[in-house]
Design a protein around this ligand. Structure first.
Ligand code: ARG
Length: 588
C-alpha cells in the first residue's frame, strides 16, 4: 500500500493547483511547480513560485497572477495565512496545530510519511563491483558506500531494488595468476592473507614477464585452457573467486551492505559471441583491422563519444569490458524489466558508460525496440584521499578496507572511552565499532558524490560537527531522556504534540520536511542532501533539548507534548540514519 500521508509540499502544491483551476486557468496545463520551504521564515514556511511560470502564457505579470491565485486559494487547515510578496511569490504561513497533527501522522505511518512513488517499479543498482584476486581499492569503497545508500534511498521510496555486485571475475589476468600460483605460491603468506598473496603473485608475474616474455605465452595458454573448461584451471579460478568473496564479505558485513545478486563478468561470457554477431548484423559494429568496433554517430552530444570507438572484440578474438556490459544490460532488462539501471563507479569510467549506453541504444533502435525502455544512469564520484600520517603513507591507495575500518574503530574507541567510561568493555567495543563504521560511511556520504573527499579523522569523529557521531549522540539523547523519564517509546502519546516555543516550532518544521529531502536525495542521487538535512534537524533537536525542560516541564501538558516531540525526533532521525547506514544506538 502506498503511503496515505502526503508531504507538506504536496499538500500545498495541490492547494495551489486548486487555486489555478478556481481562477479559471486549468486549461494552461502547466504542471504546478512544487511549493518549496522558504529560505527565510519571514517569507512564510513554504513558498510557491508558480505565478512566475503562469505569467508568460497569460501575458500578465507574475505579481498580478499571484494576486489572482491568492484570491482563489481555497481555505485549508494547513494554511494560517497567505500573502503575495516581492515580484510574485505566494508565501504560505502554516498553522502550527496542523503541522503537529501532520507530523504525528507522518511518524505513525509505516513508511514514515515517505511517498512511495517507486511502488511497482524496479531499479537495478550495480555497485561495489570489485575485481577478484585483488584488493578492493578506495574507489570500490566509495562505490560500496554510495551505492548501498542509493539502494536504501530507492527502497525507502517504494522501489523494488535489485542490488547487483558485478564483480570482475574474468579476463586474461587469471592465466597469469595460474602460472604464478604454480611457480611462486608462498603457502604461509597465503594462509595469513589470501587475497594479499594473490595480489603479490600477480605483481610478481608482471615483474618476471618483463624479463622473460615467454611467460606471457604461458599465461595466454592457461587462460585459453580455463576458457575451454580445463578442470584444473577452473578449480583454481573458482578458488580465487571464493577467497576474494570471503574477503569482500568481511567488508560488506561491517558496512551493513548486502546484495541481491552477485553476477560477475564471467556469467555473461557465453553471451558475448552472440552480442558481437548481433551488433555486426545490425550494422552497429564493423570490422576494423581484424577487430570489431562500434563507431558513434557524429551527432552524439558528447565530443569524447563522437571521437572515440568502442572495441568489442580484439584482433585475437578476446572480448572486452564493454562487450560484457552490453550483454549485462540485455540480461538485466530481460530478467527484471527495470525502470532504471544505476551504475556507481569512479569518474574515470564516464566515457566507458557513455559509450556502452550509446551503443546499446543504437542497437535497440536497429532492432525496432524502444531505446528509452530503461533509464540508464552512471552515478560517478570523485577521489577520496586518506589522511596524512601512517594510514595514508603505509597503505597508499590500495589499503585494505578492513584496515581503514579498524583504524576508524580504534580512534572511535578512544572517544567512547573518554565519553562513556561507565559502560562495560563489551558495550564500549560495540559502540566504537558502530561509531567508527558510521563515521566512515558518513564522511563519504556527506559530500557531493562528485567532489573529492579527504578523510580527516578528527573532523569525522567530532561529536559536534556534521558527522555520524553527532547524529548518533543526538538519537541516543532522545532514548536516554526517555529512559530517565521512564517512558517507553511505544507508550508515548504522540497526539499530545503542540508547539509552545519557537524552538519547538523550528524542530517540528524540519522533522516534517524529511520525506521531501529523502525524495530529492533519491531523485538526484545525492545522499549528501539527506546528511545536511539530518544535521540541521539534529542541531534543532539539541537546541530544543538543551534550552527547554522536558521531564521537568512546568505543566503536565507541556511535558507530554515535549515527550511527543522527543519521540517524533527519534523516529525521524533513526529512519534517516538507517537510510545512510549509520547505526542508531539506544545508548552511547
Ligand atoms: N569491476 C569494475 C572496476 O573495478 C567495476 C564494474 C562496474 N560495473 C559495470 N557494470 N561495469 O572498475
Amino acid at each position: 500500500m502506498s503511503s496515505p500521508v502526503p508531504t507538506v509540499s504536496q499538500v500545498l502544491t495541490d492547494l495551489v493547483a486548486q487555486a489555478v483551476a478556481a481562477a479559471g486557468h486549468g486549461d494552461l496545463a502547466l504542471p504546478v511547480e512544487p511549493a518549496s520551504p522558504a529560505g527565510n521564515r519571514q517569507h512564510g514556511d513554504y513558498q510557491s513560485n508558480h505565478a512566475f511560470r503562469m505569467a508568460k502564457p497569460l501575458r500578465s505579470s507574475p505579481r498580478a497572477v499571484a494576486e489572482q491565485l491568492l484570491a482563489h486559494l481555497p481555505p485549508h487547515p494547513a494554511v494560517a495565512r497567505a500573502e503575495v510578496a516581492g515580484p510574485g511569490f505566494l508565501n504560505l504561513h502554516l498553522d502550527e496545530a496542523w503541522l503537529c497533527a501532520h507530523l504525528v501522522a507522518q511518524v505513525s505511518d509505516p513508511h514514515g510519511g515517505q511517498p512511495q512513488d517507486g511502488a511497482g517499479r524496479t531499479v537495478v543498482i550495480d555497485y561495489s563491483s570489485p575485481n577478484v584476486a585483488k584488493r578492493m581499492h578506495i574507489g570500490h569503497m566509495r562505490s560500496t558506500i554510495i551505492g548501498s545508500t542509493l539502494d536504501r534511498l530507492y527502497r525507502a521510496t517504494g522501489y523494488r531494488v535489485v542490488a547487483d555486485n558485478h564483480i570482475g571475475d574474468w579476463g586474461t589476468q587469471f592465466g597469469m595468476l595460474i602460472v604464478a600460483w604454480r611457480r611462486w605460491l608462498d603457502a604461509a603468506a597465503f594462509e595469513a592473507d589470501p587475497v594479499g598473496e594473490l595480489e603479490r603473485l600477480y605483481v610478481a608475474f608482471r615483474e618476471a614477464a618483463k624479463e622473460d616474455p615467454a611467460l606471457e605465452d604461458l599465461a595466454r595458454a592457461e587462460t585459453a585452457k580455463l576458457q575451454a573448461g580445463d578442470p584444473e584451471n577452473r578449480a583454481l579460478w573458482q578458488r580465487f573467486i571464493a577467497i576474494s568473496l570471503v574477503e569482500f564479505q568481511g567488508v560488506y558485513d561491517r558496512l551493513g551492505v548486502r546484495f541481491d545478486e552477485v553476477l560477475g563478468e564471467s556469467f555473461y561470457n557465453p553471451a558475448l559471441p552472440g552480442v558481437v554477431a548481433d551488433l555486426l548484423a545490425a550494422g552497429i559494429a564493423e570490422e576494423s583491422d581484424g577487430a570489431v568496433v562500434v563507431r558513434f554517430s557524429a551527432d552524439h552530444a558528447v565530443k569524447a563519444v563522437r571521437d572515440k570507438i568502442l572495441v568489442i572484440r580484439k584482433q585475437d578474438g578476446a572480448f572486452l569490458y564493454g562487450t560484457t556490459d552490453l550483454a549485462t544490460l540485455e540480461h538485466r532488462l530481460s530478467t527484471w524489466a527495470p525502470a532504471g539501471i544505476v551504475y556507481v563507479t569512479d569518474g574515470r569510467q564516464q566515457l566507458h558508460f557513455q559509450q556502452v549506453f550509446a551503443a546499446w541504444r543504437a542497437w535497440r533502435t536497429a532492432r525496432g525496440l524502444d531505446p528509452d525502455a530503461v533509464a540508464l544512469d552512471h552515478t560517478w564520484f570523485g577521489t577520496l584521499r586518506l589522511p596524512e600520517g601512517h594510514m595514508g603513507t603505509r597503505l597508499g591507495n590500495v589499503i585494505r578496507l578492513v584496515d581503514l575500518l579498524d583504524e576508524a574503530v580504534r580512534r572511535a574507541r578512544a572517544v567512547v572511552d573518554e565519553k562513556s567510561p561507565q559502560l562495560s568493555e563489551t558495550e564500549r567495543a560495540a559502540i566504537a565499532e558502530a561509531v567508527g563504521v558510521g563515521a566512515v560511511r558518513y564522511a563519504d556520504l556527506s559530500q557531493n558524490p562528485q567532489s573529492d573527499v579527504v578523510f580527516e579523522w578528527d573532523r569525522m569523529l567530532a561529536l559536534d560537527g556534521n558527522t555520524a557521531p553527532f547524529l548518533m549522540y543526538s538519537y541516543a539523547r532522545c532514548r536516554s531522556l526517555q529512559r530517565k523519564g521512564e517512558v517507553r517509546p511505544e507508550d508515548v502519546d504522540l497526539s499530545a504534540l503542540a508547539v509552545s516555543h519557537e524552538l519547538e516550532g523550528a524542530l517540528v518544521r524540519l522533522l516534517l520536511r524529511t520525506p521531501e529531502v529523502v525524495a530529492a536525495a533519491r531523485a538526484g542521487h545525492r545522499p549528501n542532501l539527506l546528511c545536511d538535512h539530518l544535521f540541521e534537524t539534529a542541531q534543532a533537536f539539541n537546541r530544543f533539548y538543551f534550552e527547554l525542560d522536558v521531564l521537568k516541564a512546568e505543566t503536565a501538558a507541556l511535558k507530554a507534548s515535549r515527550l511527543a516531540l522527543v519521540e517524533a525526533s527519534a523516529r525521524v532521525l533513526g529512519r534517516g540514519m538507517a537510510v545512510l547506514g549509520v547505526p542508531a544506538l539506544e545508548r552511547m
